[in-house]
Ligand binder design. Structure first.
Ligand SMILES: Nc1ncnc2c1ncn2[C@@H]1O[C@H](COP(=O)(O)OP(=O)(O)O)[C@@H](O)[C@H]1O
Ligand SMILES: [Mg+2]
Length: 222
């Protein structure tokens, strides 16, 4: 199986603060799922941002599909994020004046795909995430769980090869948590997608192939 993500001895800290990661390495093959656990502030969101190319390590390298992210221009990084990544943000980042359906369609509209294809895919995602009845609602009128599921549907719009999910079920009830996690795991297995999920839930961590704890700038084997 081919490696999709190779993190090789990276060190990273935000300006003026101590290092969050020091000589940190992690390799993931396509179709694998990993839970990132670790207390608040340990660097789970930061690691997802590094893999998304939103932050660049101080040293070491991150390769995705054999390409070092620090060699890409900002335009190339945008294409990488558009075509390969589905990012489920902890704080959603929905566009306030667009409806649920329109928010889900946004990543599709950045590609060359036809409007009708994009709409068809978005409607299917509405169904999978049980959002059919809310498709015309604006983000301000959604519950936390509905916002989260809209963000998840949007992340799946362009059939990503890598899904980065930042505490994606924090606002969901049991039924929706199960629906979301199972549909993300189905994608791993059926479409060879790599899933990296930051979570505090031991139940979710148990469902992933592996679980790593971020602590003291290292990974702690389970
Ligand atoms: N943009 C930023 N600038 C400076 N410090 C940050 C920034 N983002 C996060 N941090 C700090 O980095 C540490 C790790 O944060 P984060 O990756 O969000 O942890 P987690 O997701 O595990 O809770 C925290 O101490 C946080 O305050
Ligand atoms: Mg976080």
């Amino acid at each position: 199986m081919s490696l999709q993500i190779e993190i090789d001895r990276i060190s990273f800290g935000y300006e003026s603060s101590s290092l969050l990661f020091e000589e940190f390495s992690l390799s993931l093959v396509g179709g694998s799922s990993v839970a990132l656990v670790g207390e608040s502030g340990s660097g789970k969101s930061t690691l997802l941002n590094l893999i998304a190319g939103l932050e660049i390590p101080n040293s070491g390298s991150i390769k995705v599909f054999n390409t070092r992210l620090d060699t890409l221009s900002s335009a190339e990084l945008n294409i990488y994020r558009r075509d390969r990544l589905g990012f489920i943000f902890q704080t959603f980042h929905l566009i306030p004046h667009l409806t649920v359906l329109q928010n889900i369609m946004v990543p599709g509209l950045l590609t060359d795909d036809s409007f009708s294809n994009i709409e068809k895919k978005a409607i299917e995602l509405l169904r999978v995430l049980r959002l059919d009845k809310r498709k015309g609602a604006l983000p301000a009128n959604l519950s936390g769980g509905e916002k989260q599921r809209t963000c998840i549907a949007r992340a799946l719009m362009n059939d990503p090869s890598i899904i980065l999910a930042d505490e994606p079920t924090g606002n969901l009830d049991q039924l929706n948590t199960t629906t979301v996690i199972d549909s993300l795991l189905d994608r791993c297995k059926l479409r060879n997608v790599t899933l990296i999920i930051a979570t505090h839930s031991p139940t979710i961590a148990d469902k992933m192939d592996t679980s790593i704890t971020i602590s003291n700038q290292r990974i702690v084997p389970v």
